[in-house]
Design a protein around this ligand. Sequence first.
Ligand code: PPS
Length: 301
Amino acid sequence: MDIDTYLLRFKGCYFERSVVDIDLLENLDDFEIRDDDVFIITYPKSGTIWTQHILSLIYYEGHRNRTENVDTLDRAPFLEYNSRKVDFSKRPSPRIFSSHIPYYLAPRGLKNRKAKIVYTYRNPKDILISYYYFSNVVAALQAPQNLEQFMKRFLDGKVLGNLWFDHIRGWYEHKHDFNILFMKYEDMKKDLRSSVLKLCTFLEKELSEEDLDTVVRQATFQNMKINPLANYNAILKDEIGTRNDGQFLRKGTIGDWKHHLTVEQNERFDRIFQRNMKDFPLKFTWDLKEEENWNDSPKET
Ligand code: PPS
């Protein structure tokens, strides 16, 4: 089966065919934005579910103290994958949305720079590996034959979300059109508390020290993995559909790509990365141990 079996191309962008809301896509430009809306925008596998959970914890006391049985996807539903048929216009403010859309599909109302956007990004080699495993799990995605084949597909942009380089570049280079905060997955991993504080400042939400501790504690990989409201295990099995028992919260580490890419694959990735991102201002963290280099891949020692 070819790519069109799984993905739908709309205005140059690939969406998951079986769940995408086509009506919404066609009217996305006019989608009504409220000033206090918050959008979590990501390229797939960059930390979406993590950011969704952190924002849910920041905004909802009932999520923090676990008194409300509402899962993270309900707190921060996907805009274009509205599988639960939520009537967004009836949701109370502040609404939190999640989305993988490229900058050029953003609703016009986001450009008055009032509603907020959190863009979470991650080093693309870890995204590649996470995406490879995820594509093996999710029945509605084309199962890769092997990593080599998936890497080619990823670097050709023939995946949901298209080309990673274009996604991050597009949002970053148009950042002045939006009220947007860039959050780095690896910074969240290294210092979750500071990352939560940075988010609170951007979102203009003041939490007590105790609440802040609760958010940080509940947003760790280990605690999300055992929290049914946060780990999406049931959603994956019952709503999304799986091929195996893989999970959303797979490993949650930095530098897992080192266990998967061959030297040749890594060098090829680096060449393509350099070609596309040479002059790009954001820095990426490829490994926890490395010193950050100016968009250089780490040198193995
Ligand atoms: S998706 O399908 O696009 O919504 O996937 P997304 O949520 O963007 O990315 C999934 C990866 O994020 C990891 N993750 C975390 N890492 C560290 N800490 C926490 N709390 C956390 N929560 C989710 C998740 O494990 C996936 O990465 P991999 O590398 O596959 O483990």
